[in-house]
Design a protein around this ligand. Structure first.
Ligand code: NAD
Length: 261
């Protein structure tokens, strides 16, 4: 636990399930004040709010689509109106769908870019603007993916969006380092969340993924939430513009394990 996270105001997008939920609950344990953005989920955030409050934190939720500028502005205003400020912005909401690239429609391409890249830019811009106006040495954390560096056939729009998120993080980190605003990236490998449920319910497909992970198992959402808590805390106070690969070694060329190659 990080004492300095107590009462910090944390905004998390896509927080009703998966990694967003795990991070919301982790910040609850840190006794932070958590603002959850949810999209189409029907009431799942209510249980999460109860869990956060039971752990000693505070929480509130608001619906919104991160690819819509007005919704993003509403989310940040809601955070300020509810808890008085914004200290930590976590851009987590993301989508993916498998399509061979020659069949990928402009609509599908645009949708993934809009949510995964433009959505993270909009919330980063709004949070930075608020932090600058109020002299807050805040923190922004973007949820990228190992596919910001591992090419991923059939997911070209996803890989392009995550590559964009990594470079956006590095550029914004450089731009706002003099103001004390730290901006970092987490790039998870394969984690057990609803986005992967179909794949991991098929034992063969699951094993194929495990074969790509040197540590030999699928990651847990709590392991990513722990990275987010560290990056948001003062324990990482000299870290900015970093991409933290939390991937069980997936980006370390598993094909070369055991001296192959
Ligand atoms: P998930 O599908 O379980 O959750 C994604 C969340 O984003 C959902 O709550 C969904 O409602 C929300 N969302 C989708 N579109 C939205 C929109 N337009 N506006 C607001 N919210 C929206 O997936 P997850 O595994 O928890 O993924 C979270 C993030 O982590 C994503 O950015 C994903 O790309 C990234 N990631 C996940 C993994 C993994 O293995 N699970 C690996 C690498 C990166």
């Amino acid at each position: 636990m990080y004492k300095d996270l107590e009462k910090k105001v944390v905004v998390i997008t896509g927080a009703a399930k998966g990694l967003g939920k795990a991070m919301a609950e982790r910040f609850g344990k840190e006794k932070a004040h958590v603002v959850l953005n949810y999209h189409t989920e029907n009431g799942d955030h209510k249980e999460i709010i109860k869990t956060i409050e039971a752990a000693g934190g505070k929480a509130a939720a608001i619906q919104g689509d991160v690819s819509k500028e007005a919704d993003v502005k509403k989310l940040l205003s809601f955070a300020v109106d509810t808890f008085g400020t914004i200290d930590i912005m976590i851009n987590n909401a993301g989508i993916e769908n498998e399509v061979p690239s020659e069949k990928l429609t402009l609509e599908d391409w645009q949708k993934v870019i809009d949510v995964n890249l433009t959505g993270m830019f909009l919330a980063s811009r709004e949070a930075i603007s608020y932090m600058l106006d109020h002299g807050i040495k805040g923190n922004i954390i973007n949820m990228s993916s190992v596919h910001d560096r591992i090419p991923w056939p059939h997911f070209v729009h996803y890989a392009a969006s995550k590559g964009g998120v990594k470079m956006m993080t590095e550029t914004l980190a450089l731009e706002y380092a003099p103001k004390g605003i730290r901006i970092n990236n987490i790039s998870p490998g394969a984690i057990d969340t609803p986005i992967n449920a179909e794949k991991f319910n098929d034992p063969k497909a699951k094993q194929e993924v495990i074969n790509l992970i040197p540590m030999g198992y699928i990651g847990k959402p709590e392991q990513i939430a722990a990275c987010a808590a560290w990056l948001a805390s003062a324990e990482s106070s000299y870290v900015t513009g970093m991409t933290l690969y939390a991937d069980g070694g997936m980006t370390k060329y598993p094909g070369f394990q055991a001296g192959k190659g």
